[in-house]
Design a protein around this ligand. Sequence first.
Ligand SMILES: Cc1cc2nc3c(=O)[nH]c(=O)nc-3n(C[C@H](O)[C@H](O)[C@H](O)COP(=O)(O)OP(=O)(O)OC[C@H]3O[C@@H](n4cnc5c(N)ncnc54)[C@H](O)[C@@H]3O)c2cc1C
Length: 258
Amino acid sequence: MARAAVLGRLSWRIATVVAIRDETPTARTLVLDVPGWPGHAAGQHVDVRLTAPDGYSTQRSYSIASAPDGERIELTVVVIPDGEVSPYLTEVLQKGDQLELRGPIGGWFVWLPGPDDPVFLVAGGSGLVPLMAMIRTRAAIGSQVPFRLAYSARDTGSLLYRDELEDRARDGLAVTYVFTRTAPPGAARPAGRIDASLLAEASWPPDCAPAVFVCGPTGFVEAAANLLVDMGHPPDRIKTERFGPSGGTSEETTGGSP
Ligand SMILES: Cc1cc2nc3c(=O)[nH]c(=O)nc-3n(C[C@H](O)[C@H](O)[C@H](O)COP(=O)(O)OP(=O)(O)OC[C@H]3O[C@@H](n4cnc5c(N)ncnc54)[C@H](O)[C@@H]3O)c2cc1C
């Protein structure tokens, strides 16, 4: 039974693009219908496989942005200039097109509704995507678990889900923004990288024992996780996922190799 479930997740499925939403000038969300989709937990990802007419094939991982919703999932892809796959997904793929994917993948970097522990989310760039699935899942089930988000982006123009985050903030999600290139007028702090004081303001103290999820580019994740450990958060409460160029590293606690 368990073997059949694993084989099901690892089988390639044909997904159809049923809608596309521009999130920023360089990012868009693909809404996909996936017949036979077994469901997913917030934080999991899929592998997407593209095959050229000459048979050349390549694959990349993309986090699921949406809360569980039957056979429909959403992916948000931020273009990497000169990348092999992301320009196709963000600039070429059209509504009605199909692509291959398999999943859901990953059982560790997930938020499962249940415990009442507060949740602190730390996102760098496209690392917001799986954390958004957690925020959306919390809203979808009407959970009252306290959530806080620290979100690092280059500038306001590169913020993903900007309007939705404002709506969620009105509903009690505490959001702290960090702008690395250009801070908007009136921002609480000048442009700069995430640091200990920002994390201390944005989160709960370690004795509140929040569950912490950190996701983004490898350097961002390592810096944020190290700061959190230095602040006294136990490594086994900090789950990380890296969107590094290799794509090889996926998920771990900070107790694993950096
Ligand atoms: C578990 C997991 C989940 C992911 N989820 C998402 C997601 O939800 N949304 C999303 O947009 N991306 C996500 N990624 C990243 C994604 O898998 C690809 O790495 C990314 O789209 C670039 O692929 P590409 O083929 O366009 O670039 P490539 O052709 O692979 O690389 C082109 C150049 O860009 C560099 N590069 C590649 N990836 C990155 C990166 N992430 N950051 C900076 N430089 C990079 C490479 O070193 C190379 O120099 C995820 C990665 C992992 C491992």
